[in-house]
Design a protein around this ligand. Sequence first.
Ligand code: PMT
Length: 405
Amino acid sequence: MSVIHALTGKKILLGISGGIAAYKCAELTRRLKDQGADVRIVMTSSAKEFITPLTMQAVSGHAIADDLLDPNAEAGMGHIELAKWADIVLLAPATANLIARLRAGLADELLTTLCLATPSPIAVSPAMNMEMYQAAATQENISVLALRGLLIWGPGEGPQACGDIGPGRMLEPQQLVARVVDFFNVPHAVFADVNITITAGPTQEALDPVRYISNHSSGKMGFSLAEVAQKMGANVTLISGPVNLTTPTNVKRIDVKTALEMHKASLENLNSCDIFIACAAVADYRPEVVAQHKMKKQQGIDDLTLKLVKNPDIIADVAKDKNRPFCVGFAAETKDVECYAKDKLKRKNLDLIAANDVAKAGQGFNSEKNALSVFSAQQRFDIKLADKKAVAHQLLEIIYQQYKQ
Ligand code: PMT
């Protein structure tokens, strides 16, 4: 089983300076590692007053670098090597003092020296008292760093350790992890000249002019796939049920309401389709009869029987077509997720299926995040809980690897 994390293989140099927010760095390191990153830590001398090197060594799994003139450290990964090793240098918390030293280009201890020596991008997460943050000198220093191309992440606003309320809080560990994930989430254009059709959102099956049967689906997962696939170079057609979302840039969108309309639009697009991704939550059944006028409550009758008829299975029909594209389905399940997903993979003759456990809170329908287990006939890949765009990117990387085989 391969576990795919948003930061697998990424090397992050976390530079900690001496502010009260340093205590959050243990949590930050753990969350970065959860996403697969290798984290090495450099501490300024004042950072060690706020959190111990021993704690940071334990959570990162590496010895802490803190001394520019340490012959033992230089015999291992020396400071220039460390500066070259990082894919990104994250300075969190970055105090007013550290920011001023960076602006001046000082190399007065290991962390500032590394910042001068590194060819890698540097992200600065300011953390200080709000008056210090708003001081003209600090604002000017931050502007100069931004002009030099350093990334400025934060600060956040809220209550501060000193009792003031305002801007100056270090971003929370999860927010910083999301920034790092976003930073690396620049997709490669592996889908150049590949036509991808994606279904998204729910379908609505009318009972009468005012009521319908539908499924929970915001369309966010499908729209994220469309946006990321387009950035990866694909020509994307998005067949969407009724949702409240903006069409991603350079994506061709076809709006439909019912499963029958989604079925027709999907089959009509097949001769120019290389990959078909069925993310829509399609209603399996529709009312046999759609009342012409609003159905009225019957006096004295407390129940109502509706006759439903089966809708066509869109992806199963796509997979049967003579122009069969590479077919990727989704399975939203509340129990026995793997078992049902594998059954759908086989029954619908798919190449891949992405299973959502929608019984878990905070993922799947409507939420901003998702986690997927992806199955082919032979393999399983797990995508950890993350923002839907990050999940879309990881799923599209898996699709690409399987499609090109
Ligand atoms: O839209 P969001 O709020 O972001 O939520 C995303 C999601 C949870 C809807 C999405 O990730 C998801 O899991 N979609 C599939 C939902 C589902 O209920 O699938 P299913 O188990 O009913 O169907 C299996 C597969 O067959 C799906 O690929 C589905 O699109 C497809 N299908 C189903 C029925 C049908 N008549 N035609 C189909 O093509």
